[in-house]
Design a protein. Structure first.
Length: 829
């Protein structure tokens, strides 16, 4: 007891001396990147890492005056916080300082010398020192011991909302330390929010996003190279993902390529986003959002249901299963999932059917064996009547390993290129049906193969001769001239300057990663600067792009003949060998989606700016539909195709899918539906019918997204299963339309004006195209308060459990349509 009292006296003496010495320190940064046992840091000083990359100091959030101890990037103009020490205990109306107490713990003290935050290490440090590393990690260690395994404490073990390169997300199985991300409560309140992002604590090697205890998203299990259900978290030109699983720890980290400054952030709305710093523009580029589409919503298709965003109807049952509630499925309500066609299990003759290209499922119970072969896995699963499925799970890359699931299989989706094989238990009758289908398929394949082989032999010589002839013609002409013929260049149509490849390579620094400002289904976009000093944006079409020669020519010809302040200006093109590039005027504020859906940048969009952007888009669309010399339907209008110039003027871009209508033409039909789900009108997505009213529907979606700050395709509400359009209409029906408005716009808008804009948005997204207004009417309704507005009807793709009997279901309309969509593309740019 006496020794304890002496220690406490010593501690009080140390803190008193430290507090006294604080007043002697000059303001500004401490000279070094560390604090020793004889030093302290007050709230006017900072600690800077040796390479000037990160800074530790005190900051205030919002206008409360509360102080927090945190870490941010040193040389990035806008303070970007990556770690907070006392997020639950701010210094309220008080100064503070950072020092050591008697047992070597790092402590944060307030003005009254009370401990607000502590590192809470149990092992006493002989000669403690705290150092801020260039990785952003704040480490507590014994002086002279730089071995990372001997760190007594480190901030990387206690992440908050930001994951930095080499920071672990996972579990230390020895110390039971859980390293996970937790969102801020709000943009100006770093206290713990509702969302967490972590490695599955049950042992399945996957990442899980939760709101409280409710799962919102999971990546699918790691299988040696990447996660089975995530096409985003894969090795690319910016970072390399790494997953480690052994007897001591299970964790996920990522390493950057070429020292690119990047970070993952769990935002206040539950979105996990990856940003990289663009030094030229002094801004954070949003590279991607981990939750890519609606199929990433946990359990979206219910048990034994599989989700595919490339299908018009997202959900379908696994082979051998049928909808549990067929009526609900007709109404696009898939949450009840599927049941077996033959419910009898644990009978003779049953086995497994192989399903390919899937995100491996989730279940209430599962078992992982890292050394078992797939054959032994099948035998073990077959012997256990509770085992519903099995799959290979090669976590370590050794070639072995499997996982077995018990109970209903949840959260399955089709994953192009990266999916895995899943073996699902079915009755003997289903195995026989599957075998019959396989025999028929084999017979068809043999017949087709013989026919094709004969045709190939006949055509091989002709094909070789044509290719030889084309190459000979190319070699005898200049590059540009040879390739212009590939797009059937017509001098009357194509009135644009041609840029040579050398000019574009020089302008974009050889298409360097630092110049890359975006990417999409048609290829990357680079920022460049011509020798004249003019800034340009270069859209470089990827070889595997869905945009072919005809679409390229279509975009070049269309946009070269359209001139309006709300349409992007095309400066020229480059066509050389296999390269096809479009050169646009550079838009400093990038695309609208990088602003409205970015939790930091969206704060700059006040009410008036949003109105100006909406009106500008409407005017650009009106020009396309009525006022230009060509009557044009865009067909792919969305927020990512709205660019913003330096003065925040919106400009419609990307005309590769646009169509020209003749003078009296109002509607057309296609079997090749292209566009982006969430913005396509129902009649276009389902029947291939498009008209000017299709663009009106897309405009309505954009308008509602601008008002709410929410993305239609990723919208989630805990009380119902509606998308953003359905949610807006539900609020309108209940008389609570203003509840749709973005919380960041609070007290900024007149209620009547906001209500009118919501009403116009709902009128634009109505199910039937004939009920939607034309763009001239839309612009009039937005501009004039005296125009009497109609009451909006049910929006397109509205899904709820009960529809009026007189209203035809989506499934009925699909069955009655004479059109068969043979090629459905999801094209995100």
């Amino acid at each position: 007891m006496k020794k304890l009292m002496e220690k406490q006296k010593d501690s009080l003496l140390v803190l008193t001396i430290s507090f006294t010495l604080i007043s002697l320190f000059p303001k500004g940064s401490i000279a070094a990147d560390r604090i020793t046992a004889t030093q302290s840091m007050n709230d006017s000083q900072t600690l800077v890492s040796s390479g000037q990359k990160f800074e530790l100091g005190f900051f205030s959030a919002g206008g409360s005056g509360d102080l927090y101890l945190g870490i941010w990037y040193k040389n990035i103009p806008k303070k970007t916080i990556v770690w907070v020490a006392n997020r639950e205990s701010p210094l309220q109306n008080s100064s503070g300082f950072l020092t050591f107490n008697y047992d070597g713990n790092l402590v944060l003290l307030n003005r009254s010398r009370s401990i607000v935050w502590s590192s809470n290490i149990s092992q006493a440090a002989r000669s403690p020192v705290v150092q801020l590393l260039d990785s952003g990690n704040l480490v507590l260690k014994d002086m002279g011991d730089d071995y990372s395994e001997n760190y007594l404490w480190q901030s990387f073990d206690h992440p908050y909302d930001t994951l930095l390169p080499t920071m672990k997300l996972g579990w230390n199985l020895t110390s039971e330390l859980n390293q996970y991300l937790r969102s801020w409560k709000s943009s100006d309140d770093p206290s713990p929010g509702d969302y967490t992002y972590s490695v599955d604590p049950r042992g399945l090697p996957q990442l899980v996003l939760r709101q409280g205890s409710k799962k919102l998203f999971r990546s699918g299990p790691w299988y040696g190279e990447q996660f089975s259900g995530d096409q985003i978290l894969v090795a690319n030109t910016v970072f390399k993902p790494i997953f480690v699983s052994n007897s001591e720890e299970v964790y996920y980290i990522y390493e950057t390529i070429d020292n690119i400054t990047s970070r993952f952030v769990l935002g206040q709305s539950g979105l996990v986003q990856h940003f990289s710093w663009n030094g030229k523009d002094s801004s954070w580029n949003l590279l991607f959002t981990v939750q890519e589409d609606r199929c990433d919503n946990y359990g979206y298709c219910g048990s034994y249901g599989s989700c595919n965003v490339n299908n018009t109807l997202y959900c379908e049952c696994l082979r051998g299963f049928k909808p549990k509630s067929p009526q609900d499925w007709k109404l696009l309500d898939w949450l009840d999932g599927c049941v077996r066609n033959d419910p009898r299990i644990c009978r003779n003759g049953e086995g497994f059917i192989k399903l390919t290209g899937l995100k491996l499922p989730d279940a209430s119970q599962f078992s992982v064996n890292v050394s078992m072969s797939i054959k032994d896995c099948e035998a073990e699963c077959l012997e256990n009547c509770s085992c519903m499925a099995y799959a290979k799970l090669d976590i370590s890359g050794s070639g072995n390993g499997c996982v077995t699931w018990f109970g209903d299989l949840l959260d399955i989706r089709e994953v192009a290129n990266y999916g895995q094989d899943l073996y699902v238990r079915v009755a003997a009758s289903e195995l026989e049906a599957s075998a019959d289908r396989s025999k028929k398929q084999r017979r068809i394949i043999i017949a087709v193969t013989v026919s094709v082989a004969s045709a190939v032999i006949i055509l091989a010589s002709i094909s070789w001769f044509i290719i030889w002839k084309m190459r000979r013609n190319k070699s005898s002409r200049p590059d540009n001239q040879a390739n212009i013929s590939g797009v059937e260049r017509e001098s009357d149509d194509l009135e644009l300057p041609l840029f040579d490849m050398a000019t574009i390579e020089s302008a974009t620094n050889n298409f360097s990663a630092a110049n890359k400002i975006g990417a999409g289904g048609f290829g990357p976009v680079y920022k460049g600067e011509l020798l004249s000093g003019q800034e340009i944006a270069v859209k470089r079409l990827a070889e595997n792009s869905g945009q072919g020669l005809q679409e390229f020519k279509n975009e070049v010809i269309l946009i070269s003949q359209l001139q309006h302040r709300n349409l992007v200006k095309l400066l020229g093109c480059c066509i050389q060998r296999e390269e096809r590039m479009l050169i646009y005027e550079y838009m400093p504020n990038r695309s609208l989606d990088s602003l409205i859906f970015d939790e930091a940048r969206c704060r700059s969009l006040n009410w008036q700016k949003r109105l100006d952007i909406v009106i500008g888009i409407a005017r650009g669309l009106l020009y396309l539909h009525r006022d230009s010399r060509l009557r044009v339907i865009h067909r792919d209008l969305k927020v990512s195709n709205i660019l913003l110039d330096s003065e925040m003027n919106p400009k419609i871009s990307d005309f590769g899918m646009a169509r020209i209508f003749d003078g009296n033409q109002t509607e057309s039909k296609t079997k090749r539906v292209v566009g982006t789900y969430g913005y396509m009108s129902p009649e276009y997505a389902i029947d291939g019918l498009f008209s000017f009213k299709s663009d009106v529907f897309s405009f309505g979606v954009i308008l509602l997204e601008m008002l709410s700050g929410k993305k239609n395709r990723l919208f989630f509400h805990p009380d119902h299963k509606l998308n953003l359009l359905g949610h807006a209409w539900k609020l309108w029906q209940e008389g609570n339309a203003l509840d749709l408005m973005d919380v960041l716009l609070e007290n900024q808008f007149p209620a009547s004006e906001a209500q009118r804009y919501i009403q116009v948005g709902l009128l634009c997204v109505q199910q039937r195209p004939e009920e939607r207004p034309t763009m001239p009417s839309v612009l009039l309704m937005l501009d004039s308060e005296s125009v009497l507005l109609a009451q909006p009807g049910r929006p397109g793709f509205y899904a709820e459990r009960c529809l009026p009997e007189t209203y035809p279901s989506l499934n009925d309309r699909m069955n009655s349509s004479s059109n068969e969509i043979t090629d459905t593309l999801l094209e995100g740019r």
